[in-house]
Write a protein that binds this ligand. Structure first.
Ligand code: PRP
Ligand code: URA
Length: 209
């Protein structure tokens, strides 16, 4: 299911990232803040637990996210600041990594590293700022789904309409929380207007291929 954020704060942060003058540090910071905001919007899909804690007024029973059942998986590289944002909030959740690189000629993504903890009984939060053709997220969800988690939530910053719809129709059980859906892809499969190459902008490598 696709959930596009209606938050003006999300729009503010996305549009700040679109600005060419947003440097690498500000770009990473914006991705991290967007991840926290999207996480708040996705909380209904996360496992909750009632827990008794000691407080200055004696014991108190309250609702918590069951962090022991959450794994946040980033699709390298551009998702690293988003993963940091999620793990700053859910401090006892586990982290996993899928390293993928899109071939800029064929636009197909290729997995070159994977390090994911056991997903049985877990809710996975997969993060990637960009959903262009949707190929990278599609392949990541295939790999994650094969490891048997209870549920999968995807947090994304900008998607092209066609890429997001492709992923959503292939994985109808995945809750996609996205800050902004842009109209289309250009002939190089970049999102328009988008924000350019998110990995290069986050890590200050404007000339990488
Ligand atoms: C970017 C982005 C997504 C992917 C989206 O990563 O972070 O993972 O492209 O494109 P798609 O939907 O068409 O697959 P990229 O492969 O450029 O790697 P990088 O983060 O290392 O730059
Ligand atoms: N990857 C990006 O980082 N940006 C796009 O627009 C498409 C793929």
């Amino acid at each position: 299911m696709i959930n596009q954020s209606s938050s003006p704060l999300a729009k503010h942060l996305v549009n700040t990232l679109r600005d060419e003058q947003c440097d690498a540090m500000a770009f990473r910071h914006g991705l991290k803040e967007l991840a926290k905001l999207l996480l708040a919007e996705a909380v209904e899909s996360l496992p909750l637990v009632e827990r008794k804690i000691p407080t200055w007024q004696g014991s108190f029973v309250g609702t918590f996210v069951d962090e022991s059942r959450v794994v946040c998986i980033s699709i390298l590289r551009a998702a690293l600041p988003m993963q940091e944002g999620v793990l700053e909030v859910l401090t006892d959740a586990k982290g996993g990594f899928l390293a993928m690189k899109r071939d800029e000629r064929t636009h197909e993504s290729r997995l070159y590293y994977d390090r994911i903890p056991d997903l049985k009984g877990k809710t996975v939060i997969v993060v990637d700022p960009m959903v262009a053709t949707g190929g990278s997220l599609h392949d990541a969800l295939t790999i994650i789904g094969e490891r048997g988690p209870d549920a999968i939530v995807s947090l994304n910053v900008i998607g092209a309409k066609e890429g997001v719809e492709r992923v959503s129709s292939a994985f109808p059980g995945v809750s996609i929380h996205i800050a902004q859906i842009d109209p289309h892809l250009n002939t190089d499969a970049y999102i328009v207007p988008g924000l350019g190459d998110a990995g290069d902008r986050a890590f200050n490598t404007p000339d990488s291929d």
